[in-house]
Design a protein around this ligand. Structure first.
Ligand SMILES: [Zn+2]
Length: 318
């Protein structure tokens, strides 16, 4: 019997999310459709006049801006912002192939985490596809720096994330999270962590045209040494967990899951994009391997959240 965890996965049914962009404040509907094996995560934007632009791969080579969120250029002067949370949800649950269709310029912020995406994906279930899953296996260290901030990719037998943040705020301070990825751990330990912002930055951001849709409904709001949200935090160290959520989404923009260790100190979207540019600057940094070629039986995909139906194509083809 062949192991299905070595195969690619897509959604069992299309999903629809309506909301508004955290930066634009504009209403938007995002549909996520199942997609063919080896197509990866692609995106199409439907314009107001009905014209569609795309699909294009959600790939780091198309990242145009990393100010506060990750923006993808679709060509024809059309872009989509804030892709990192939905891409994080897909990557975090081990979904290889999906097609995102938006009728606006920014993905909906929903509750500021990946939780609404993750719960909907789990409810829909997944389908295992015939093609082998492929990984980008890190062969030697790639390190990028920006002053004291840094991001690195290193050889490691597994998918490991080690993030540390250090904010000049008593409610955040120094937080570190070491995370050995499986979909079940992503679901429990990462997916509910919300984005956050400081009251002191809000006015400047709004004047610059950002955070127009931001509120305590979709962000942890920090004012001096207090959290203003009436419900408090979802995790004691929700801040570093959200940085991990973002990093999982940003790193998925290399097109395949990374097999190796990611380390980040005071990182963010810009450094996450930069480390991918560094990775692909030399072919000696990585190898593309199928799940079957990995040095040991990497079975993280067997550790799915409770209640998610993963339908095997092997069953349907006998
Ligand atoms: Zn985020």
């Amino acid at each position: 019997m062949q192991k299905v965890s070595t195969r690619q996965r897509t959604l069992a049914a299309p999903l629809e999310f309506s909301g508004f962009g955290v930066h634009s404040g504009a209403p938007v509907t995002l549909t996520i459709e199942p997609a063919q094996p080896d197509s990866g995560i692609t995106i199409t934007r439907i314009m107001e006049d009905g014209r569609s632009v795309g699909p294009v791969s959600v790939h780091f080579s198309r990242v145009t801006r990393t100010t506060l969120c990750t923006t993808i250029d679709l060509g024809d002067s059309v872009s989509v912002a804030t892709v990192e949370h939905v891409v994080s949800a897909l990557s975090g649950l081990g979904v290889d192939n999906a097609h995102l269709i938006l009728n606006g310029a920014e993905c909906p912020i929903l509750d500021g985490s990946a939780w609404p995406y993750v719960t909907a994906i789990i409810e829909a279930g997944l389908v295992v596809q015939p093609s082998f899953r492929r990984y980008i296996k890190i062969m030697r260290q790639v390190l990028v720096r920006n002053n004291e901030a840094s991001a690195a990719l290193e050889p490691y037998n597994g998918r490991m994330f080690d993030l540390e943040i250090d904010f000049d705020s008593r409610v955040i301070g120094r937080q570190r999270m070491i995370f050995d990825w499986t979909p079940r751990k992503y679901y429990h330990d990462v997916s509910r962590a919300r984005t956050f912002g400081f009251v002191r930055d809000a006015k400047i951001l709004r004047q610059a045209g950002y955070a127009l849709g931001s509120s305590m409904e979709n962000s942890i709001t920090v004012h001096e040494d207090r959290i203003l949200n009436p419900g408090g935090l979802r995790y004691e160290d929700e801040f570093v967990r959200h940085k991990l959520l973002d990093a999982i989404g940003d790193l998925a923009l290399c097109g395949l899951p990374i097999y190796g260790r990611f380390r980040s100190y005071k990182g963010g979207h810009a450094l996450n994009a930069l480390v991918l540019h560094g990775l692909f600057a030399s072919e000696a940094n990585y190898e593309i391997v199928t799940a079957e070629e990995l040095p040991y039986a990497f079975d993280a995909l067997d550790d799915m959240p409770e209640g998610v139906e993963v339908r095997s194509y092997l069953r349907s083809v006998g």
